[in-house]
Design a protein around this ligand. Structure first.
Ligand code: GRF
Length: 205
C-alpha cells in the first residue's frame, strides 16, 4: 500500500477527505507534517491515530534547513507520495527533486487562471469575484519549481454565477476539492496516473 505524507498549515479539511476515503484503503497516510503547531489538521490526524510532526520554519536556520527537516521526516516514514493539503510554505528545489512527480497540490482555481505568486486562500476567490468569471473550480497538479506550474492531473469546473460573495465561491469550490483531491490520490496509489511531459493521463476503468 503506497505510503502518503500530507503537509498542512491549517484546518485540514482536505486532509480529512483523504483520511475518510483513501487511508487504509488504496493508500496509507504514514505521517502528517504541519508548519503550524496550532493547525486543527493535527487534531484530525490524532483522531485518526496518524503520526504527526510539527516543523516550524522560524525554528529552522533557513528555508533549506526547514525543507531538509521535512524530507528527513518523510524519509523516516518511507513516504512515497507527498500531498500538499493547504500547505502554505515554499518547497525548495531540493525537496521537489527528492520526490519527482510525486508531490501533488490542490489549488482552489482552474490553473492557469488565478494562480502563481500571491494567489492563495481567499486572495484567489476575491480576484475571481472581482473579475466576474462565471466558472471556477479546483485543480490538482504535480508540484514543480514554478508556483502552481506543475503538470495538471485533474480539474473540476464549478459554476459560480450564483455566488454573491468571494466566501460563497470559496465554499462551493472547497466542496469540490474534497472530492477531487482524494480521488486523484487514490488513482496515483492504484498506479493509474501517467505523466508525459506536461500531459497527465489517468487510466479509465
Ligand atoms: C483549500 O482551499 C485549498 O484549496 C488551499 O488551502 C485550503 C486548504 O484548506 N490550498 P484545508 O486546510 O484543507 O481545510
Amino acid at each position: 500500500m503506497m505510503k502518503i505524507g500530507v503537509l498542512i498549515s491549517g484546518g485540514g479539511t482536505n486532509l480529512q477527505s483523504i483520511i475518510d476515503t483513501v487511508h487504509g484503503k488504496s493508500g496509507e497516510i504514514a505521517v502528517v507534517i504541519s508548519n503550524k503547531a496550532d493547525a486543527y489538521g493535527l487534531t484530525r490526524a490524532k483522531n485518526a491515530d496518524i503520526p504527526a510532526e510539527v516543523i516550524v520554519e522560524n525554528d529552522c536556520a533557513d528555508v533549506d534547513d526547514f525543507n531538509a527537516k521535512m524530507i528527513d521526516v518523510l524519509k523516516d516514514y518511507d513516504v512515497e507520495l507527498v500531498v500538499l493539503a493547504g500547505f502554505m510554505r515554499i518547497l525548495t528545489p531540493a525537496f521537489i527533486a527528492a520526490y519527482p512527480n510525486r508531490i501533488v497540490n490542490i489549488h482552489p482555481a482552474l490553473i492557469p487562471s488565478f494562480c502563481g505568486e500571491g494567489f492563495y486562500g481567499m486572495r484567489v476567490h476575491r480576484a475571481i469575484f472581482e473579475y466576474g468569471v462565471k466558472i471556477s473550480g479546483p485543480t490538482v497538479h504535480f508540484v514543480n519549481e514554478e508556483a502552481d506550474g506543475g503538470p495538471i492531473i485533474a480539474q473540476k469546473a464549478v459554476p459560480i454565477d450564483d455566488c454573491e460573495t468571494p466566501e460563497a465561491i470559496a465554499a462551493k469550490v472547497l466542496e469540490e476539492e474534497h472530492k477531487l483531491l482524494p480521488w486523484v490520490v487514490e488513482q496515483i496509489c492504484l498506479g493509474r496516473v501517467h505523466v508525459d511531459g506536461r500531459r497527465v493521463t489517468i487510466d479509465r476503468v
